[in-house]
Ligand binder design. Structure first.
Ligand SMILES: Nc1ncnc2c1ncn2[C@@H]1O[C@H](COP(=O)(O)OP(=O)(O)OP(=O)(O)O)[C@@H](O)[C@H]1O
Ligand SMILES: [Mg+2]
Length: 162
């Protein structure tokens, strides 16, 4: 899907922001609001806005809780790259935390490595449901990158030749 997006709009990136912030649970709402502000010029519906905010929250929460094991340290950083290609939002959220041994298993709905902390194992399932595409890359000991994209608005995925 991300390749399809890249072909759309002749691969043209129309806006881009890069944020780096401390992996503190307080920064989850900062990240969510920053992406919401970033897509506001596209006039998203309330549902699209809420979907994007939920997906961002889940990814940032995972980086804080799992990637950096809830250390809430200023030294631990989260990297967020947001791009628009016309009306398509692409977001990359990365951490340099512990990484994921088995990404396929981690992405299974209801799988959690922290059942004792009352996690429900639905974070990746929500990201998948609320966005148009989700890719996860991870290396144990190096960190994790989550890439998501979503088209905002009702125009078709197929670019119309002019
Ligand atoms: N950034 C990350 N770094 C390391 N491990 C991760 C990261 N993100 C997810 N994981 C692993 O993937 C599992 C599944 O993540 P998911 O978000 O689906 O569920 P959860 O966080 O355990 O529960 P919930 O999101 O419902 O509170 C986590 O339990 C964790 O083991
Ligand atoms: Mg989660």
């Amino acid at each position: 899907m991300i390749e399809v997006v890249e072909k759309r709009n002749n691969n043209k990136v129309t806006n881009r922001i890069h944020l780096e912030f401390a992996a503190l649970s307080d920064n989850e709402s900062f990240a969510r609001m920053a992406v919401a502000a970033f897509i506001t010029p596209l006039n998203p519906t309330l549902e699209e806005m809420s979907d994007v905010k939920t997906a961002i929250s889940e990814a940032v929460t995972n980086a804080v809780l799992h990637g950096y094991e809830s250390r809430n340290s200023m030294e631990d950083r989260i990297y967020m790259d947001c791009m628009l290609r016309g009306d398509v939002l692409e977001v990359e959220i990365g951490d340099r935390g512990i990484g994921i041994e088995d990404v396929g298993m981690a992405m299974e709905p209801l799988y959690t490595s922290k059942p004792e902390q009352d996690r429900s194992g639905m974070g990746f399932a929500f990201m998948e449901a609320f966005m148009d595409d989700l890719e996860v890359e991870s290396e144990v000991g190096c960190g994790t990158v989550v890439r998501m994209c979503k088209k905002i608005g009702t125009s078709s995925w197929i670019a119309i030749e002019e």
